[in-house]
Design a binder for this molecule. Structure first.
Ligand code: PRX
Length: 568
C-alpha cells in the first residue's frame, strides 16, 4: 500500500494540517528545518538509524552517519559558524562537491538561523561572483579544490568575511580570509540551542536563471518543510525501511528539497554518491546499497538508455521499488524503457526552484500515461491560462500557461532584492510558472515548452543573456546571440552565434578557445556546444538581436513574422 493511498480520496480530504499534525507543528510554533531533520528524528527513537550512506568517487571509500551523528555534527558545524560571528539571517554559501560536510554544513547553517546558499561546485568564477555579490554572502564553505575560485574574486566581494575550508586540516598554507574547519577534529557539540526560527524565517537562497538580467535569488522559508515533507511522503512514497537515492546535487533545488529536507524529515536512510554519471557506477551503487527509491532526471535516464540494455543485465536491481524523475521533459520512450528493462516505470514530477516542492506528479498507484507529467498535488489550485487574457482556459487539450493560486507552504517568498521581478510572475491572482502545457480530459498535464528563451540543458537552466554577456568579454567577439539546439541526450544544448572583431578570423581553434573561456567563466553546461561565425546577426530595426530567427533555424521551425528584421 502506498503512503498516499487513493489520490482521489486525498483530493477530497486534503489539508496541509495533515503534514503539520504529523510533524507535531502548530502554526505559530518555532519551526527549524535543521532541527526537524536531526534532533526530532532522534527524539522519535531513531537516533541510531542510518541517515546517510556516503560513497566517494573511489567506490571503496564509504562513510555512514546515524541520525544522532547528523544531530551532533550539525550542532558542531553550527556552533563553529556562530563562533565566527555568523548570525541569523546571514547568508552562508556552500560551494563544494557532494562531501558529507556539504550536507552537515547545510543543516548547521539552518540550525543557527542563517541562510543556506548552495551553489553548484562546477560554477566558474564569474557565475560564482554574481551570485555571491547579489546575496551579500558573509561566508563560503568550500573545499581545497574549489577555494581558488573564491580567492580569484575575493577583492570584489566586500561582504565576504570567511572562506571556510573543510578538508584542509591545517596542512596547507591558508590564503586570505581562509579558515580551516575539520568535522573530524572539532570537539563534538552534544547540546546546542537551535535558533528559534518561525514559519516565515528565511532558510534558503537558491539561484535560478531567467531570459534577461542576472540570476535571481529565490527566497525560501522554514515552513517550506510542510510541503516538502508531505510531497516526499506521498509522491516519492518513502517508507520506514527504504534506502533512498536522489541523484541531484544540493546546488540545485531538487538536491535540497528532496536530497536533504524531505527524506531526513521523514527519518529515511539516504545514499549519496559523489561522482558524475556512469551507467556501470550508478547501477553498481544501486545494487551495492540495495536502493529501493530512486529520484533522478531525464538526461540521466536517456544516458542509461544509451549505455544499452546489456549493462543493466549485469546488475541486480531488484531492490528498486519506486522510481521518479524531475527537471525536464521525460519522454514517453524513457518511461516505457525503464518499465521494460529495469522493471519499474519512472514517475515524472514537475516543479520549479520557485515552487520549492512538487506541483504536478505521477503518484504511486496512479496509471501513468507515458509522456505526461501527471496530475496536480492535492491542495493546489492549478489552471492553464490564456496567454493574452490570463484567464483560465476551460477547453480540454487547449495549450495554455501553467499557473497556480499562490498558497502552498513551500512557495518562494520573493526574489532576493528583486521584488519587481517577483511581482511580474503574477497575473489576476495567479502565479505564472512560465511553462506551457495542455490538460487532457482526465486532468493529466502534458508539457509543451517554456514560454521564454531560457535553455534547459540536461535539467540545468541557462540564461542566454548570461552566456551572451560572457561571450562579449572574449577579446575576439564583437556580437553574440545564444539559442538552444536539439540534442539527443540533453534535449537541448547551448549554441552561440558570434561576429568577430576586426583582426580576428574564424577558425576551429578560436571556436575551442571561446568554448573553454565560457566553461571556465560560467560552467561546463553553459558552454556552447557549437559556435557559428556570422558576418551579421539578425536584428530588428531598433537593433535588438532576433534570437527567434536563429532558434527557428536550429529547430527547423517556421521563422514567423520577420517584418521588423533589419538585415534581411
Ligand atoms: O521548464 C520547467 C522544467 O524546469 C523548470 C524548472 O527548473 P528549475 O527551477 O531549475 O527546477 C528544476 C527542478 C525542480 C520548469 O519551469 N521542468 C521541471 N520539471 C519538468 C520540467 N519540464 C518538463 N517536465 C518536467 N517534469
Amino acid at each position: 500500500m502506498s503512503n498516499i493511498g487513493s489520490y482521489d480520496d486525498r483530493l477530497k480530504d486534503f489539508s496541509w494540517s495533515i503534514a503539520e499534525n504529523e510533524l507535531g507543528y502548530k502554526p505559530g510554533d518555532t519551526i527549524n528545518i535543521g532541527w526537524y531533520c536531526t534532533d526530532r528524528i532522534c527524539q522519535l527513537g531513531k537516533a541510531d538509524k542510518t541517515a546517510l550512506i556516503w560513497e566517494g568517487r573511489d567506490e571503496a571509500t564509504t562513510r555512514k552517519y546515524t541520525f544522532n551523528d547528523l544531530r551532533i555534527l550539525s550542532n558542531t558545524f553550527g556552533s563553529f559558524l556562530s563562533s565566527l560571528g555568523i548570525n541569523n539571517g546571514d547568508r552562508v554559501c556552500l560551494f563544494m562537491d557532494k562531501a558529507p560536510e556539504l550536507y552537515i554544513g547545510f543543516l548547521g547553517i539552518l540550525k543557527i538561523g542563517a541562510v543556506a546558499q548552495p551553489l553548484f561546485s562546477a560554477f566558474g568564477d564569474e557565475s560564482l561572483f554574481v551570485r555571491l555579490e547579489n546575496a551579500g554572502t558573509k561566508a563560503v564553505i568550500t573545499s581545497r579544490k574549489h577555494a581558488p575560485k573564491v580567492q580569484k574574486i575575493l577583492d570584489k566581494l566586500p561582504n565576504l568575511e570567511h572562506i571556510i575550508v573543510v578538508d584542509d586540516e591545517g596542512k596547507k598554507a591558508l590564503k586570505p580570509k581562509e579558515i580551516a574547519f575539520s568535522l573530524d577534529q572539532a570537539t563534538p557539540v552534544e547540546n546546542f540551542e537551535v535558533y528559534p526560527t518561525t514559519a516565515e524565517s528565511h532558510s534558503l537562497l537558491h539561484y535560478t536563471s531567467g531570459t534577461t538580467g542576472q540570476p535571481k535569488g529565490v527566497k525560501h522559508v522554514h515552513s517550506s518543510l510542510i510541503s516538502q515533507y508531505l510531497t516526499t511522503k506521498w509522491v516519492l512514497d518513502l517508507q520506514e525501511d527504504d534506502i533512498y537515492w536522489c541523484t541531484a546535487d544540493p546546488g540545485w533545488v531538487t538536491g535540497t528539497s528532496y536530497g536533504i529536507i524531505g527524506p531526513w524529515s521523514l527519518g529515511v536512510t539516504q545514499c549519496v554518491k559523489d561522482s558524475g554519471f556512469s551507467a556501470e557506477v550508478w547501477y553498481r551503487f544501486i545494487e551495492k546499497h540495495k536502493i529501493s527509491m530512486w529520484y533522478s532526471a531525464p538526461t540521466a535516464i536517456r544516458s542509461l538508455m544509451k549505455a544499452g540494455n546489456e549493462v543493466v543485465k549485469q546488475f541486480d536491481l531488484t531492490s528498486l521499488r519506486h522510481l521518479a524523475s524531475v527537471g525536464e521533459p521525460l519522454n514517453a520512450e524513457a518511461v516505457v524503457w525503464s518499465e521494460r528493462i529495469i522493471g519499474k516505470p519512472f514517475h515524472d514530477t514537475y516543479w520549479q526552484t520557485e515552487t520549492g516542492s512538487m506541483m504536478i506528479t505521477n503518484f504511486p498507484g496512479m496509471k501513468i500515461r507515458p509522456g505526461s507529467m501527471g496530475k496536480a498535488f492535492p491542495g493546489l489550485t492549478p489552471a492553464l491560462l490564456d496567454p493574452d487574457t490570463f484567464e483560465p482556459i476551460t477547453e480540454i487539450s487547449k495549450p495554455g500557461l501553467i499557473a497556480f493560486r499562490y498558497d502552498w507552504p513551500a512557495r518562494m517568498r520573493t526574489y532576493w532584492n528583486n521584488q519587481q521581478t517577483f511581482d511580474k510572475k503574477f497575473k489576476n491572482g495567479w502565479y505564472i510558472t512560465g511553462d506551457r502545457s495542455t490538460i487532457d480530459k482526465d486532468g493529466y498535464f502534458w508539457f509543451i515548452g517554456r514560454d521564454d528563451d531560457v535553455i534547459n540543458t540536461g535539467g540545468h537552466l541557462i540564461s542566454p543573456f548570461e552566456v551572451e554577456s560572457a561571450l562579449l568579454e572574449h577579446e575576439a567577439v564583437a556580437e553574440s546571440a545564444v539559442v538552444s539546439k536539439p540534442d539527443e541526450i540533453n534535449m537541448e544544448v547551448v549554441k552561440a552565434f558570434v561576429t568577430l572583431k576586426p583582426g580576428f578570423d574564424p577558425s576551429q581553434e578560436l571556436e575551442l578557445e571561446i568554448m573553454n573561456f565560457i566553461r571556465k567563466k560560467l560552467s561546463p553546461f553553459a558552454m556552447p556546444q557549437e559556435i557559428e561565425y556570422m558576418d551579421l546577426l539578425p536584428k530588428t530595426r531598433s537593433g535588438k538581436i532576433m534570437r527567434r530567427v536563429l532558434h527557428a533555424k536550429e529547430w527547423g521551425e517556421e521563422i514567423g513574422d520577420i517584418s521588423t528584421l533589419e538585415n534581411d
